[in-house]
Write a protein that binds this ligand. Structure first.
Ligand SMILES: CC(C)(COP(=O)(O)OP(=O)(O)OC[C@H]1O[C@@H](n2cnc3c(N)ncnc32)[C@H](O)[C@@H]1OP(=O)(O)O)[C@@H](O)C(=O)NCCC(=O)NCCS
Length: 145
């Protein structure tokens, strides 16, 4: 289904395409600063954005079809902004992206990871459940400073 899928880390030239995909996938909230999230991933050794590409049906170049942002604080890893272009969803690309993020963390000896999923997103909960994630009995508390 996803023949020819190829993954690589984000580079400078990908900034706009990544933000556009997140926007297209409904991942940007009014309070978010996606350009800043991209900058952190580009500048930090403890964070990355992994991109999935596929040969395009008409254009000669590869088309970006998905992203996952991954990072850690030394002991705990996080996945954010996992997104697959709506035209390419339900073909296993999301699973492959999540596994790429997991191996990025494993490679850095991080074995515990979490993802924040909106409680209203039942289908996203099902997606992560399929990958073996369990709902943790925690409350997320936030403050903007
Ligand atoms: C979440 C997302 C990345 C999944 O990408 P995807 O490539 O479509 O996922 P996959 O094809 O790898 O799905 C794997 C499995 O997850 C489950 N799943 C995925 N999407 C689902 C949905 N909408 N409803 C129910 N189960 C779903 C299914 O078990 C699926 O396997 P199946 O297709 O054989 O039934 C994609 O839906 C997306 O970009 N959503 C918008 C952005 C978003 O909300 N991201 C999450 C932020 S926390």
């Amino acid at each position: 289904m996803n023949k020819g899928l190829f993954f690589r880390s984000i580079c400078d030239d990908d900034r706009q395409a990544v933000v556009d995909l997140w926007s297209h996938c409904g991942l940007i909230e009014p309070e978010d600063d996606p350009a800043e999230a991209v900058r952190v991933a580009l500048d930090s050794e403890n964070a990355d954005i992994l991109l999935a590409f596929q040969p395009d049906a008409i254009a000669p170049e590869l088309a970006m079809v998905g992203t996952v942002q991954v990072g850690h604080d030394g002991s705990h890893g996080w996945i954010h902004h996992i997104a697959v272009d709506p035209n390419h969803q339900r073909r296993g690309i999301g699973l492959r992206l999540a596994r790429e993020a997991e191996s990025w963390l494993r490679h850095r000896r991080i074995s515990r990871l979490s993802v924040l999923v909106k409680t209203t997103s039942a289908e996203i909960v099902l997606f992560f459940a399929r990958l073996g994630y369990l709902i943790a009995p925690r409350a997320v508390m936030q403050k903007f400073i």
